[in-house]
Design a protein around this ligand. Sequence first.
Ligand code: PFF
Length: 506
Amino acid sequence: MANNNESIHGSWRNRWTFILAATGSAVGLGNIWKFPYITGEYGGGAFVLVYLMCIALVGIPVMMAEVAMGRRGRQSPINSMKALVSEAKAGPGWKLIGWMGALAGFLILSFYSVVAGWSLSYVLKMATGVFTEVDQTVAGDQFNGLLADPSMLMVWHTIFMILTVGVVIRGVNKGIESTITVLMPLLFVLLVILIGYGASKGDIMSAVDFMFAADFSKLSMEAVLVALGHSFFTLSLGMGAIMAYGSYMPRNASIASTVFTVAGLDTLVALLAGLAIFPIVFANGLEPSAGPGLMFVTLPFTFGQMPGGQFFGALFFILVAFAAWSSAISLIEPATAWAVERFKVSRAKACTLIGVIIWALGIGSVLSFNDWSEFHLLPGKTIFDTFDFMTANVMLPLGGLLIALFVGFGMKYHHAYNEMNMKNAGLFNLWYIVLRFVTPVAIAIVFINGLLPECSFNAELLNAETGECGNSVFMTPRFIGGVILAVTYIGIIVKSLQKPSRGLSS
Ligand code: PFF
């Protein structure tokens, strides 16, 4: 195929607009809301280290593969996958990557928009001084009050979906590109201002210590699974968003250096967000492990106690809303592009309809916090929790695993080589080997371990109180069992998706 044509949806003006757009997709609630609170929950430094390893060994190789697939396919992820599968004469099962990705996009955006709505509502609350000099119970009541009020949640969820659809209907260049080129620089400026504020008014040394001093005794298998899932979520991998953006990428741009820049910026923002949030938390003697409420209870309360907090608190939530907005755009783009290609309808029609479906799905997440809080889709998990868990911990890692295996085993070597267009063949081979063997095994081990009940292979090690298996993640029978299962599992996937007669010539 080696499709030299442009995508019918348009092309980025240059390599930098791709970088901005992909960074806009990557930097979102995952960095500012989720990363600090899971770092807090899973004990700080050791978790950060595992997360960084996941980005390097899994995130970056998969992102390179996803961009390459998009640029070679030059269509929406679903249709790019169809084209790539037929070019590689691979089995039809690989097309699952495109479909599962679109579904994941629907599910993620449906709950993502609800949380983004919270941050919109907090811009208003902060700016109007709702938190100024209140005590912590009042801050807690504010958040609980918001969650208990479905109509308020619906209003903000609806506003956020309108903002998102409003950008995407205007197209790749006039809509996405022009919004992102304003939004992203603004976002960085806001972040720098907030770190300056945290450093001057907060306790930055405790924050650095908390984030970078690794205590491995706290590292559970669950923490490793969460770190892996989060590395997919934060880099927007495994669901086609990056593939769609890759399909608008200029042919001559280097994929490897571009991806390193995007992953580097995303990681930087996550760490900087921690450095903006934790100093304020520690300065006020609060706990970093407050869970999802960290950003919506602990932070507003602390801002409310500090000089200039009303202003800087509002700025903080504007930053969060901008970050969420640029990510949401990329969540709805793959399905929109597919609908335009499939039904030959205008972008406005396609995107509006998809937006309405996602908005409706989001009602389930809105009600998870109030009227339907007792309704569980998975054991102990509301609709909101289920969508979050299923996407971040199941669908994205599975999508990433399939992407790595497709480029590693499904696609022809020389097609991957040509598309990557790397000057250094040694580096290409390094990436290729990591993608074929290291990345899939790492994903599968963590994935299978995460889904297996604790101590599946040795029940005696189970600590009845904590529910954890032994002390160490590694070298337990469960871990070794996981490795064996992982390798078998990968073998089965590759065998069953490949056509038996796959020749070497193209
Ligand atoms: N990367 C985004 C974040 O960290 O908030 C979330 C996300 C966006 C996930 C787009 C997946 C995606 F396709």
